[in-house]
Design a protein around this ligand. Structure first.
Ligand code: BGC
Length: 746
C-alpha cells in the first residue's frame, strides 16, 4: 500500500540525513568546510556525471549525482513567490494541488516600501515556501533599472535608482539565503526592454554601466553573497549576456570575486564555445533540443575529449553548481519549510500596506469616513480582476487573492451599500465570453460593436457614480500582452481600454471620485488628474492586496509608500524617448543605444528641469512631517564617507512612517554629473507628535563617480550640497560639505 502523504513527506526530508561513520567520505561530512567537501567530491565524479551537472535535465532541474547521494538541483521562479509546478518538459501546468503558494506584492510594490526590513521578511517567506516545495534556487530578485516606463517587466524590478534597488535586493537576498535557499539575481545585465528581447544588442558607455546598471548586481554579490546570477537574454556590446566574457569573466567573477553559479536565462545560450569560455556555469531552457544536445551537454563533452576545451573549465563549472547544493544544505538536508502560513500572509499584508502610494489627496478626500457615507460605487475591471496568475514567469498560483471589491466589502460590512460597475472591458475578457450586456447586433462590425459596448459600460458606471456618495474607480493596467508582462513592451504611457474617458465622465458625474491604479509601471494621467481629488497607486499588491487598499482608503493604514520611479507627464518627457529616435528605443538594426547615458529617471528630469507628473520618492501621508537640525558628520573609516543626521517630527494627529531621502549634488566636477543622486534613506515610524533623530550613513561611493580612464571610483575634492527631503522634488534641508582631498574609494 502507498504510504500516506505525511509519511512520504517525512521520509523524504529525512533521506539526506546520512549517518556518519569512519567510512563516510569527507564530502558527506557537514562539519567540514564546503570547499574541503568539494575537493573531496570532485575527483569521485565521472565525466558523464560532471557534464550532467552543468545543464538541465528538465525545465527546472539538473540531474544531481544519485550514485553519490548528490540530489537534483531544483530551480523555480520567481521574485514574488514560488511558481506553479509545470510538466518536466513543457510549460503547461502540472495540474497539481499542492503548489498554491503565497503571492507577495510585486517587486515594484516592494520597492515602494523603501523598507529593508520588509524586503528581508519577503525573502524569508520565499525561502520557507521554496524549502517546502523542494526548491534550491529561487529565480529572483530582478534588479534591472527602469530605463523606460514601457518595459513590460517593469513590475518585476525595483525601480529606477541603483541605490534603492541595491538596498532592497541585498535585504531580499539575505532573507532568502538565511532560509537555506539560493537567490538568483537577474537579469545580468542591461536587460531593460522586452522588444526583441532574445537578440537585442545593448550599447552603453562604461561609466553609465558602472553607475546605473551594475550596482544592484555588485551589491548582491559583494554585500549579500548571492549564490547565483542569471545571465540576460540580450547582447551586450555584441556578445550574448549568458556567455559574455566582459560581464561574466572580467567583471562578475574577476573584479567582484563571485564564486557562485552563473545560470543562463531559459533559452539564452547560443554557442558551445562561448558558453564554455565566457563564464556560463549552467545551461537552462534551451528550446528545440534534447537535454543531451544542449550546448553544455554532448557538444561540451566531445570538445573536451577532442582537446578543444580545457577540463579545468568543466571542473570549475561543476564546483560552482555543487557549491550551491552544499552551501544551502541541500545535500545534508534542510530545515522543514512551510507554505501559506498566517505568518506569510501577514508579511504579504505588511508589504502591501507600506507599498501603496498616495499620489494625490486634495481637500483630504481620503481617508473615507464611513459615518458619512451610505453608498459607494466601485467601478472598473481591476476591482475584480485577479492578477496573481499573469505576467509569465513571475506569476503565482495564489492560495487566495483578495480583490479590491472583496476587500472593500469586508471592510465596509453593513455600514454602507456597495455597487459594482464594470466600467471598461479588456478585449480578452470580452472574447472569452464574459457577459457584455450591451445588446451587440451581429451585423455590426467588430469595431462598432466594441465602441457601443464601451459606451454602454461607461454610461452605466456614470449612473452608478451619480447615485453614490463616493465613486472609486479601480483601473490601471493588467498582465495582458503589451502591458505589465514579460515578452512584450507597452505601446504607450496611456491607460488602456478607454479608461481616461471613463474617469473623466465618472468624475463629472460625481466629483467625489477616488482613482485606484493597479499597475506595475507609471501611467499617464492627463487630462483627468486635475479633476480627481485623490489617486492611489496600488501596484499589484499581492494576495492580501484588497484588504490593504481598503485599509488605506478608510484610514486604518496611514499610507507610507514612496515612488521608486518617476511618473512622466508624457512619454516624450522621459529620457529614452525624448529624442524620438528608434536607436534609443526600441533599437535600430538590432541595437539599442543608451544615448541618454547617466540621465535615467529623476537624474534626467532634474538635470533637464522637466516637471514630472509625480517625482521619484513622492508619496503622501494622512499626517505631516517636519524636518530639522541637519548635520553632516564625517565618518571615521574613509574621508569620503559621511553620516547625515537630522530630526523628523510627526506634526499631525496620526501615527505614520516617513522615508527620509538623502540626495547628493556635486557643485563642480571634472565630469558631467546628474543634478542630484539618491545616496541614502531611512524609514522612520513616528507616533503623533513624536520626534526622532536619524543618522543615515552614506557609503564612500556617495560622493564618487566612476572614472572610466582609471577604471575606479573617485570622490573628487570640492564642494557638495547634501539635500534631505521627502521626495526628489521636496527637499526640506540642505547643507554644504567640502571634501578636502580627492579620494579613490572601493
Ligand atoms: C525569464 C526569466 C525566468 C525564466 C524561467 C525567462 O523567460 O526571462 O526571468 O526566470 O524564464 O521561467
Amino acid at each position: 500500500m502507498l504510504s500516506s502523504p505525511l509519511v512520504r513527506v517525512l521520509s523524504l526530508s529525512l533521506l539526506p540525513l546520512i549517518t556518519m561513520s569512519a567510512d563516510t567520505p569527507a564530502y558527506l561530512d557537514p562539519s567540514l568546510p564546503v570547499e574541503q567537501r568539494l575537493d573531496d567530491l570532485l575527483p569521485r565524479l565521472t565525466m558523464a556525471e560532471k557534464i550532467a551537472l552543468v545543464h538541465a535535465d528538465s525545465k527546472f532541474s539538473t540531474a544531481g549525482v544519485p550514485r553519490l547521494g548528490i540530489p537534483k538541483l531544483w530551480l523555480s521562479d520567481g521574485p514574488h513567490g514560488v511558481r506553479e509546478e509545470i510538466g518536466p518538459d513543457t510549460w503547461d501546468p502540472a495540474g497539481r494541488t499542492d503548489d498554491f503558494s503565497t503571492w507577495l506584492p510585486v517587486s515594484m510594490a516592494l520597492a515602494s516600501t523603501w523598507s529593508e526590513e520588509l524586503a528581508e521578511a519577503y525573502g524569508g517567506v520565499i525561502a520557507a515556501e521554496a524549502r517546502q516545495r523542494g526548491k534550491v534556487i529561487m529565480l529572483g530578485p530582478g534588479v534591472n533599472i527602469l530605463r523606460t516606463p514601457l518595459n513590460g517587466r517593469t513590475f518585476e524590478y525595483l525601480g529606477e535608482d541603483p541605490w534603492l534597488a541595491s538596498r532592497l535586493a541585498v535585504a531580499d537576498i539575505r532573507g532568502i539565503q538565511a532560509g537555506q535557499v539560493a537567490a538568483c539575481v537577474k537579469h545580468f545585465a542591461v536587460n531593460n526592454q522586452e522588444t526583441e528581447r532574445m537578440s537585442i544588442n545593448t550599447e552603453v558607455d562604461e561609466r553609465t554601466l558602472r553607475e546605473l546598471y551594475l550596482p544592484a548586481f555588485e551589491a548582491a554579490v559583494k554585500e549579500a553573497g548571492v549564490l547565483s546570477v542569471m545571465g540576460a537574454y540580450n547582447r551586450f556590446r555584441g556578445q550574448f549576456c549568458c556567455h559574455n566574457d566582459y560581464l561574466l569573466n572580467r567583471v562578475l567573477k574577476g573584479e567582484w570575486g563571485f564564486t557562485g553559479l552563473v545560470v543562463s536565462d531559459w533559452d539564452g545560450v547560443h554557442d558551445t564555445r562561448e558558453a564554455v569560455f565566457n563564464g556560463l556555469d549552467l545551461e537552462m531552457g534551451t528550446s528545440n533540443r534534447a537535454y543531451d544536445e544542449f550546448y553544455l551537454a554532448r557538444p561540451f563533452r566531445e570538445g573536451i575529449e577532442r582537446g578543444e576545451f580545457p577540463q579545468a573549465l568543466l571542473d570549475d563549472k561543476v564546483r560552482r553548481n555543487l557549491r550551491v547544493l552544499f552551501t544551502t544544505g541541500a545535500v545534508d538536508g534542510r530545515k522543514p519549510g512551510a507554505i501559506n502560513t498566517p505568518a506569510h500572509q501577514a508579511v504579504a499584508r505588511r508589504v502591501a500596506n507600506e507599498a501603496i502610494v498616495l499620489l494625490k489627496n486634495e481637500g483630504a478626500a481620503l481617508p473615507l469616513d464611513l459615518t458619512r457615507i451610505q453608498r459607494i460605487a466601485v467601478i472598473g475591471d481591476n476591482a475584480t480582476r485577479l492578477q496573481a496568475r499573469g505576467g509569465w514567469s513571475s506569476e503565482i498560483k495564489a492560495f487566495y487573492e483578495v480583490s479590491l471589491l472583496q476587500g472593500l466589502l469586508a471592510r465596509v460590512g453593513p455600514h454602507a451599500d456597495i455597487t459594482f460597475s464594470q466600467g471598461y472591458q479588456p478585449p480578452q475578457r470580452r472574447r472569452s465570453g464574459a457577459a457584455d450586456g450591451a445588446g451587440v447586433v451581429a451585423m455590426e462590425s467588430a469595431a462598432a460593436a466594441e465602441a457601443r459596448e464601451a459606451e454602454a459600460l461607461i454610461e452605466r458606471a456614470v449612473e452608478a457614480a451619480r447615485a453614490a456618495d463616493v465613486a472609486i474607480v479601480v483601473g490601471g493596467l493588467n498582465h495582458d500582452t503589451h502591458q505589465d508582462t514579460e515578452g512584450s513592451d507597452r505601446l504607450g504611457l496611456e491607460l488602456p481600454y478607454g479608461q481616461a474617458e471613463l474617469i473623466a465622465r465618472v468624475t463629472a458625474a460625481n466629483p467625489r471620485t477616488i482613482v485606484v491604479l493597479a499597475a506595475g509601471a507609471p501611467v499617464a494621467m492627463d487630462p483627468w488628474l486635475e479633476k480627481v481629488p485623490a489617486v492611489v497607486q496600488a501596484w499589484y499588491a499581492g494576495m492580501e492586496g484588497g484588504h490593504a487598499i481598503a485599509g488605506v482608503l478608510f484610514g486604518d493604514v496611514n499610507p507610507s509608500g514612496k515612488l521608486p520611479c518617476t511618473f512622466p507627464r508624457r512619454l516624450s518627457d522621459s529620457p529614452a524617448h525624448a529624442s524620438g529616435a528608434a536607436r534609443q528605443f526600441p533599437g535600430e538594426n538590432g541595437t539599442v543605444h543608451y544615448d541618454e547615458g547617466l540621465l535615467v529617471g529623476y537624474r534626467w528630469f532634474d538635470t533637464k528641469g522637466i516637471e514630472p507628473l509625480f517625482p521619484f520618492g513622492h508619496g503622501l501621508s494622512y499626517t505631516s512631517y517636519a524636518y530639522s537640525a541637519l548635520k553632516i558628520v564625517p565618518a571615521a573609516d574613509s574621508p569620503a564617507a559621511l553620516e547625515v543626521e537630522c530630526q523628523v517630527t510627526n506634526t499631525g494627529a496620526r501615527a505614520g512612517a516617513e522615508t527620509v531621502q538623502v540626495y547628493v549634488h556635486d557643485r563642480v566636477a571634472a565630469v558631467a554629473r546628474p543634478e542630484q543622486e539618491l545616496r541614502g534613506f531611512a524609514k522612520v515610524r513616528l507616533a503623533a507628535g513624536e520626534t526622532q533623530v536619524l543618522r543615515i550613513p552614506l557609503s564612500p561611493r556617495a560622493l564618487a563617480y566612476y572614472d572610466e580612464a582609471g577604471r575606479r571610483w573617485v570622490a573628487e575634492a570640492g564642494d557638495f550640497e547634501i539635500r534631505v527631503g521627502a521626495s526628489s522634488r521636496d527637499i526640506r534641508l540642505r547643507a554644504e560639505h567640502r571634501l578636502a582631498v580627492t579620494t579613490v574609494v572601493p
